[in-house]
Design a binder for this molecule. Structure first.
Ligand code: PAF
Length: 323
């Protein structure tokens, strides 16, 4: 196949769980990669200790990695995997604008809004998106654990007549390395479905401080989730999607399949990081307003998570001042 013959030079932007997972996989499969981190400290630690991946079968594999901080700019490459949170995209736009027209950017965010933001900086043929259903957890600045298998769906946001050879080569490479990936015509419908899953699971687990599976243990949380689903589905359908009962069942399965996982929002709250609630429930609230679709439950959850994350940050700062 033509795509298999093409080589690529990846740069992974982001030293969180997904960025470290992909950087480790590239390296462990003999593909060189440049890793760009937010902090100089993380880049230095990776340089000293290497990058360690804890595999699903319990092995620990460590490889040497070239890592540099974002303040040094973006290294040369042709395929940029954007593995940062939604909240970090705006500050990256000036750097992405400087990429050559031949470069491709593959954005791996949860939530929505990134496709609108990236359109401000990149030409249509440069922008690609991926929806990832795999699990990964960052254990330290240099260690990442692969916590669950899944599927990586990659493609343009809305259907394009011609497939991009570099992106096709990346998908072929991923499958050769045992990463289940497929090139889809349009990522937008998958992004909406992931948004709905995140909009139900993440804020509830963050507020109640429970693992994903515990949402299914009580009829009260299950009913609340269903009401949240109905509101979100109405917004998505007003935006041209076709969300139905099967999508509700899928969200219940995600909770079951990731039952022991702590959602990314709960992890952010515990680490006193800014959460992605604005790009998840906030996006639904915004689209609800624009389309005249009432979303009172999502609005309440949005405010509750913002309040909680503000309180946790204040607690963290107070503890820091006392120490
Ligand atoms: O954001 C997350 O944590 C995940 O995408 C998921 C599976 C919805 C909840 O753990």
């Amino acid at each position: 196949m033509q795509s298999e013959a093409i080589t690529f030079h990846p740069v992974v932007i982001g030293g969180g769980s997904v960025g470290l997972l992909y950087a480790a996989r590239f390296l462990l499969n003999g593909q060189s990669v440049e890793l760009v981190t937010r902090s100089r400290e993380q880049a230095a630690l990776l340089g000293e200790r290497g990058l360690s991946l804890y595999t699903l079968d319990g092995r620990r594999e460590t490889v040497a990695v070239n890592a540099s901080p974002i303040e040094d700019g973006l290294p040369a490459g042709d395929l940029y995997l954007l593995a940062v949170k939604q909240t970090a995209i705006a500050e990256l736009l000036p750097l992405l604008r400087q990429l050559p027209r031949s470069a491709r950017v593959l954005a791996l965010q949860n939530g929505m809004g990134h496709h609108e933001r990236l359109a401000e900086a990149l030409a249509p043929e440069q922008r690609f998106y991926a929806i990832n259903t795999e699990g990964a957890r960052r254990l330290s600045p240099t260690d990442v654990e692969h916590t669950g298998t899944g599927l990586l769906r990659v493609g343009p946001w809305t259907a394009e007549p011609v497939r991009d050879p570099l992106i096709a080569a990346f998908v072929a490479w991923a499958n050769r390395c045992g990463i289940r990936a497929e090139y889809v015509d349009a990522v937008e419908p998958y992004a909406w479905r992931k948004l709905l899953a995140n909009a139900l699971i993440n804020p509830l687990t963050a507020l109640f401080e429970i693992p994903n599976g515990m949402l299914l243990d009580s009829p009260h949380t299950l009913r609340l989730m269903r009401e949240l689903f109905d509101e979100a589905a109405a917004v998505a359908n007003r935006c041209g999607q076709k969300i139905d009962e099967a999508d509700w069942q899928e969200i219940v399965s995600i909770c079951r399949n990731t039952s022991r996982n702590l959602s990314s929002m709960l992890q952010d709250i515990r680490r006193h990081n800014r959460t992605e609630v604005d790009a998840i429930n906030g996006y639904l609230v915004e689209k609800g307003k624009r389309t005249g679709t009432p979303v009172p439950l999502h609005e309440t959850l949005l405010r509750a998570v913002l309040l909680k994350s503000g309180m946790e940050t204040a607690k963290g700062e107070a503890a820091h001042d006392r120490s």
